[in-house]
Design a protein. Structure first.
Length: 118
């Protein structure tokens, strides 16, 4: 599976952006997909994840502002980001994972830069 992320850009604080992550094949066989981000001088962190069953989970810092969803027919996962803050500035990476014989296999897309100005 290859992942293609898009939708990053520049937004003002309080604004919105939507990221998309398109998979090169059906995501039915994927246990979950999500978004990570890495801000300047920071470690990569989980932002949001959605499982094959549709369960979602979010980092505390984005709860109530970000929403992850997926469209199985389009093999695409979305991250709707509202009420953006300057601290949301980061490179956002799309991730997919499969659990094979108890081991997690991660697949990464290229990053897309999100810049939030104050």
């Amino acid at each position: 599976v290859q992942l293609q992320a898009s939708g990053g850009g520049l937004a003002q604080a309080g604004g919105s952006l939507r990221l998309s992550c398109a998979a090169s094949e059906s995501i039915f066989s994927i246990n979950g997909m999500g978004w990570y981000r890495q801000g300047p001088g920071k470690q990569r962190e989980l932002v949001a994840v959605i499982t094959s069953g549709g369960r979602t989970d979010y980092a505390d810092s984005v709860k109530g502002r970000f929403s992850i969803s997926k469209d199985n027919a389009k093999n695409t996962v979305y991250l709707q980001m509202n009420s953006l803050k300057p601290e949301d500035t980061a490179v956002y990476y799309c991730n997919a994972y499969r659990i094979v014989l108890g081991n997690v296999m991660n697949i990464w897309g290229q990053g897309t830069l999100v810049t939030v100005s104050s």
